[in-house]
Every structure is written in structure tokens, then in C-alpha cells.
Design a protein around this ligand. Sequence first.
Ligand SMILES: [Zn+2]
Length: 557
Amino acid sequence: MLNSPATKYQPFPTVIKTKRHWPTQVLNKPPRWCSTDLRDGNQALANPMDGASKAEYFQCLIEIGFKEIEVAFPAASDTDYSFVRYLIEQNKIPENVTIQVITQARPELINTTMTSLLGVKKAIVHVYNATAPAFREQVFQMSQKEVIELAIAATTQIKEFCLQHPETHWTLEYSPETFCMTELAFSVEICRAVMDVWKPNAQYPLILNLPATVEVNTPNVYADQIEYMIETLQPSEHTCISVHPHNDRGTGVAAAELAQLAGASRVEGCLFGNGERTGNVDLVTLAMNLYTQGIHPNLNFSNMSKVVSMAEKMTALPVHPRHPYAGELVFTAFSGSHQDAIKKGFQWRKEHESELWNVPYLPLDPKDIGCSYEAVIRVNSQSGKSGASWILQQNHGLILPRYLQQDFSHHIQKHTDSHGKEISMAEIWSLFREQYGLKIKPKLSLSNFTFDAESGTIKANLLQDERQISLLGHGKGLISAWINALTQLFDGEITVLHYDEHSLGHSTDSQAVAYVGCQFNQSEVFYGVAIEKDISKAALQAILNSLITVYPQLSYQ
Ligand SMILES: [Zn+2]
């Protein structure tokens, strides 16, 4: 890189404007969306889609709810031409959907393009020519006057064809390509020239599309440009101002949003921002940005993962794991403080029966786009005690008391530190069971017991491997009687420091879980958990399970 980049790169000029209206506007409705996945997106692929893939993609776009779809560049390839014919001849275009095709402003290409549309009920013919100085001078060696004449000739040719085919409802879309790099006065002049020829009305509407073909300025400058065009052109209701932002500076979404504040009412783009170089503006993010402001975008991403899979299959481009709203990791919290806040947020929601979404760290309820809460919290070495206990609560209904959360987090930490990676839900559950004696066949299990409350006597039968053990104990209550009975087994003093229990589920035959922390010989504290149908049995078994590590000290002969 240069030490003084100013010798090579110049800042893009701002728009001289004394009054701006867009900064005080609010986005309160969705734009007219136009998906250009099948044309703009497709032409940027290493392996462009074949007809069958385009047909599948088209169907998916319709299911999402797109009403305007740029389907092809018919004069560019046989595949594209045939695809347009296929849609028309096979009756694949729903009543409420308008297909759009693009062409350069050249007579023979326009002719092929218009022919491809014969018999369609309605269509948008999108014609463009490059208007920016670099293109006029370097690429086409044309004067401003010649560039305008080209646009006029193209519009005239299209209009003549349309008048000869009144069975179709035609809309013209004109793009001064490279609009954002074109002198504003010249953009106004060429758009006016097109409007004068087309004479937009209800039968023949016009779309003036103002592309950031290459994004060269900050979104506020783009918004100024759009506002300037609208103020100067004063378009009637039959002329729609459309934008087509690219993402070269990484601000395509912001540019599209500010352009709408500035008065644009239509946005062209692609799913997940596919397109040349850094891509077209991402329509998924734009739509979901509206949704999270409480505005339905008129596009449906209730099954986001299906849309992701489809797009990935068709484009062979992966959707980034951190892609807004759609990436695999965008609802996932690894860090302990985030997990803790999310967990408390969900709890708060439940307690307050709140409809409004305000869970910390989550801008959107994952359920709204078809995601489960499972992926919200994942556990690695960065996670605190909340993460693992959340997963146990979500998947197994266990509400760990604080002392157990703390103890278990040490075991998780040890595991993630030694394995150096994320611990899966299944691994967390298996570690928990291992640690607190929740085995299918415990080393020492309580087969049955009776407790006589009056005399405080417990009689219990245990099973150690295949061996039957019978115990007798006395105490004021069940637990103290049980501790007394266990002194026959364990060579030391047992003190129950912590005890908690709750039922799992609401039905009468649901199980109960007991959590205990027992001190052995007034030194270390051991924790145990047990799940049983009967809560008393769970309590007694949990105490047995807590002592699992002192089994070698069993004194029973
Ligand atoms: Zn584009």
C-alpha cells in the first residue's frame, strides 16, 4: 500500500445540497422488491445455473414472495433465452408475478430480447447504458450527446415494439448504468430524455433505476444523489424510482436503506448479496431489518435454513456463518456473560408473559425464521456456568441449583481446556451423568425402602453390582435415617450440606430430580443427582450418587 494514497485515489465528491429531507425520514414500509438473482447474481457465478436450476430458484423466489423477478439476459445466451420461453410457454409465471429481462441499448440485442418475451402477460424490459465519465471516455469513446442519443434510440425501439404488442402489459426500466459515478446533471438529462420518449402512464409505467454499479461513496452521498434526482425530475406516480446498490465498500445495505429514506420505492438485489465482485445488496438482510422494526417486509423467511440451502446449492457459494440473520452462528452465544444475559432474558420473558421481544443480545426471536433455541447457547472454554446449565434445562428439564452450576462449570472448563474445542450437547449430558452418578446402572443403587415416620426407621435394600445389601437406620426424618443407615457402608461421617428437588414435567407420572451436596469426613463436598419416579427415592439415590468417589472406602464386608 502507498504511504500517500491521495496521489492515487481521490475522495468521491459530495453532493452540494442546502436542504436534506432524508435524514429525518423513517422507514415505515417495504419497498417494491426485485430479485435479480437469476440474472445479475447468476452472471457472477463461476458456473452459471442451467435451465433446471433457474427454474428451481425461480420457484423458491416465488415462495418467498417476490413479485418482480429479473429472470434473464435473453440476448446474452441460449440458456437465458430458452429460460424466458420456458417460463412463458409452460405457464410458470403466477398472475401476480412480473418477470423482468435486461438488455444493453443495442438494436439487435433489443430485438432478440423483445422477441423472447412474445406472449407474456406482463413484463419489465430493463435497458441500460453506461453514463459515467470513465466509461464514456475509456470504454465507448462517446460524447454526452451520443450517450443520450443511444438511450433515446433504445427507448424508441422498445416503445415501438410494445405498441405493436398491446396484448402484453409492458413496463420500461431504464438504468443510467454507473449512476453513482455519473455527473448528477447528466443523469438528470438522460433520464429526462428517456421519460420524454416513453411518456409514462398507467398503461406504460416507467422504472428509473439508479444503480450504484460500483459502490464508490458513503451511503449518505448516495442518498443525496437519489434525493437530488427525485427533486429535480419530479416523477409522476407512473414513474418509480428504483435503486440497485452494490456492496464494494461493504455498505450496500445502508445505501439501500438511506436511498429509501431519500424517496426510492423499489430495491433490486440478490439473496445473501450474491453478484459481481462483492455482490449486489443483500435482500435478506434488508427484509429482516424491516421485520425487526415491526414492519412486515412482504417477503417470507420463516424457513431461513431452507432458503440458505437452496441458494448454497444453486450458487455453490457458502452463506457465511456470521451472515446477518441467516448464518449458522448468528444466534449463538459462546461467551459466559452473553449466555447468562440471554438465559435471564428468556426467564424474564416467561415470568412477564411478554409479547414484545427484548431478549438481551438477540435482535430477533430465532423461532420466527424457523430456528430452534438449541443453537442459541453453545459451550466452549469461553463459556461460564450458565451455558451448560441452560443446555441441561433446555434439553433435559433440569434446573440446576447454583452450587451445582458452579461445580459443573469446573468440570466443563476442565473438559474444554483439555480438548481445546467446543463441547457438544450430547457430551455435556454425558459428562453430567458421569460426574453426578446418573448412570443407567449405578455402582450402588437403592432397590427399595420403607420408612416408618413414627419410629424414624428406614429399611432399605441396595444392589452393589450383583450383590444385595440390606441396611437399617434411624433418625428424626428420612434423610437423617438414611445417613445413619449409610454409616454401615461408608467409613466416615456424612453431612448433607445442600439439597434441592423438583419435578420434571407436569403430568402425574412424571419423574422428579434430586440434587445433593454431601460433605465426607468434614472435608471435601461431593455432589450427586438422581432422577426417579418417587421424589424420596430420588433423594436417597442422589446421596448415594454423591458418594460415588468415596466408594473405595466402602467398609461393608
Ligand atoms: Zn448488480
